[in-house]
Ligand binder design. Structure first.
Ligand code: SF4
Ligand code: SF4
Length: 164
């Protein structure tokens, strides 16, 4: 996995323009079965990918924390919400709560998430490749393919499978 992660930003850069064009066309004319296809591609890719050998998302980008996330995780630590925010979070340029630093403080050396059962919604959903109307999140996906090898493979497979 180390070698895959080392090469990923370069590969993402090399395919960026082609993927950008593909997503522009996809947005204009999404296939009727896109939701089903994305679920299949996502499931097949994550059958092959062991996130515990990777954790690149937790190491390089943090999630944003919704109010519900803060509520749930603070409760898990038996902390007041404000205390949790002051200890672990900051407000970013979009006015969202994010981690003060990466790698995520909740990531263990074994790549396990120490708050897995109560982790933020954004962590549960990353890299969002099984979400409905996938064509609507092309901008974030173009960024995610440089971080997440599974997202990269899924986008490359989309390009092979969908004729636009
Ligand atoms: S979601 Fe992607 S970046 Fe995160 S651990 Fe799994 S393969 Fe790696
Ligand atoms: S909360 Fe858990 S899943 Fe989310 S970034 Fe941190 S270690 Fe990863």
């Amino acid at each position: 996995m180390d070698e895959t992660l080392r090469k990923l930003p370069r590969k993402a850069k090399d395919t960026h323009n082609e993927s950008k064009k593909f997503f522009a066309k996809l947005k204009k004319k999404p296939p009727k079965n896109l939701d089903v296809l994305m679920q299949d591609l996502h499931d097949a890719e994550f059958e092959r990918t062991d996130c515990l050998t990777c954790a690149n998302c937790c190491k390089t980008t943090g999630p944003l924390f919704t109010d519900k996330d803060v509520q749930r995780i603070a409760k898990h630590f038996r902390m007041k919400q404000q205390q949790f925010i002051e200890t672990y979070l900051r407000v970013d340029e979009d006015n969202d709560y994010v981690l003060q630093a990466v790698p995520c403080i909740f990531l263990g050396e074994d790549n396990y998430c120490s708050i897995y059962d109560v982790r933020p919604k954004a962590c549960r959903e990353f890299p969002h490749t099984d979400r409905k109307k996938f064509q609507q999140i092309s901008n974030i996906t173009l960024k995610n393919v440089a971080i997440c090898p599974a997202a990269y493979n899924i986008v490359e497979e989309m390009k092979r499978r969908i004729n636009l």
